[in-house]
Design a protein around this ligand. Structure first.
Ligand SMILES: [Zn+2]
Ligand SMILES: [Zn+2]
Length: 234
């Protein structure tokens, strides 16, 4: 119920922003739509890179989950997940999820929409969308700013849903169309990330991957992003 209410308010807020963008549309707005989509892709990549390499909290026995060899549908495993996940905060659950998705990518594709977008909507997308509504109502905000904000918010909110769609065989038609238009990346392009975990961290359209790959190389050459962070250790 609470989730539906939050999603309802978010979609209503987005609809108001779509109206504001349409009413103030200029050539700059078209560029803004593309810039916002690029920035959302960049955010998806930077966050993915940092969380992949951020160590899990020690002593929380998350390694037992990560390296569990029995059935992941067994009552024993599910009870362990409930217990261990309850012992860490939401941020560390997210950090664990990023690592866990490397050896078991299809698990991400099976997550519910709310599990994939809920935290992004609550923490960032909904507050930003409402702030854009208020700004557009109070001030003559330039069309290109509204357009950039709109696609940045949409791309940011749905980033993990788009990532999950890369690890799922059946996707809704809009995902397929957006891939054909180049607005979303393909599973083959994302596989480059899974092959090495050292490149192509962006998971929306992938336009920002050339930039992020350079940032990754620069950080690694300075001793950051150590491989030790890629898996839980204890
Ligand atoms: Zn990764
Ligand atoms: Zn992936």
């Amino acid at each position: 119920m609470q989730r539906r209410l939050i999603l309802g308010i978010f979609l209503a807020s987005l609809a108001l922003n779509v109206i504001a963008v349409t009413m103030s549309f200029t050539l700059g707005s078209a560029i803004g739509l593309i810039a916002g989509w690029y920035l959302a892709d960049l955010a998806s990549g930077v966050i993915h890179m940092l969380l992949d390499y951020r160590p899990c909290p020690p002593g929380k026995r998350l390694a037992d989950l990560y390296f569990y060899t029995g059935s992941r549908e067994s009552e024993e495993y599910l009870a362990m997940v409930r217990e261990r996940m309850a012992s860490v905060g939401a941020f560390d659950r997210l950090v664990y999820d990023f690592k866990n998705h490397h050896p078991r990518p299809m698990a991400l594709g099976r997550r519910t929409v709310w599990r994939l977008i809920g935290s992004s909507v609550i923490v960032a997308a909904l507050p930003l969308s409402v702030a854009l509504n208020v700004a557009a109502w109070l001030w003559p905000v330039p069309g290109w700013v509204l357009a950039t904000g709109l696609t940045l918010i949409v791309g940011g909110a749905f980033a993990q849903y788009f990532h999950g769609s890369l690890h799922r065989d059946d996707n809704p038609a809009p995902i397929v169309w957006m891939r054909r238009l180049g607005l979303l990346m393909t599973p083959a392009a994302h596989q480059l990330h899974h092959d090495t975990l050292q490149r192509d961290f962006a998971t929306n359209c992938g336009w920002s991957n050339p930039l992020i790959n350079r940032v990754f190389v620069a950080l690694r050459s300075r001793g950051y992003l150590d491989d030790a962070g890629l898996e839980p250790r204890s």
